[in-house]
Design a protein around this ligand. Sequence first.
Ligand code: FNR
Length: 183
Amino acid sequence: MSETINIIGLAGSIRRKSITKVLLQAAQKVAPDAMQITLFPLNEIPIYNNDVEVEEGFPPPVAELRQAIAHADGLILATPEYNGSLTGVLKNSIDWASRKGLLAQKPVVTMGGSPGALGATKAQEHLRQICLHLGMYVMPKPTIAVPKLPDKIVDGQLTDELTCKFLKEQMEQFYHWVVRLKE
Ligand code: FNR
């Protein structure tokens, strides 16, 4: 793992104590040294409005997000599940980011977790469909869908060793996925 790559991580929850943010931060910690992950908070991203885009251009927080994505070699999208799908926060950010084909051919991997037994699997299925629709290079596996995620977090840190091991494996695979696609 000699080539350094830059990855943007987006969490589809802006909740202060978000379990999804904890999961993404844990991935950041166990990722290979050659994979530099920058987390971009979505708190300031406004609701997508085509009038605003056409008449005023991208609002500053959106322009910042788009610039970060443009310079990134790939994306990690972490989503909670809301009503059997991804969150509006994440879909809205993807809508802004998708304009002018910015997301096409970007490598992407998804992850999620939930308090219940299914680990945001339905949310991730929808998220991956959207990514495929955009022409992103979706890493098919390993997938990370963590059941009972709040029980695996202590003092804001993911402490479950098995989940950390799975995350490490996914991050290592994603490193190779991104490097291969850059060739
Ligand atoms: C939820 N939650 C939820 N969980 C789930 O497994 N499947 C679901 O369909 C839903 N739907 C849902 C809708 C809404 C509006 C809320 C607020 C919550 C529970 C959800 O997984 C839980 O609140 C997580 O803690 C949300 O992730 P963050 O914000 O902690 O990252």
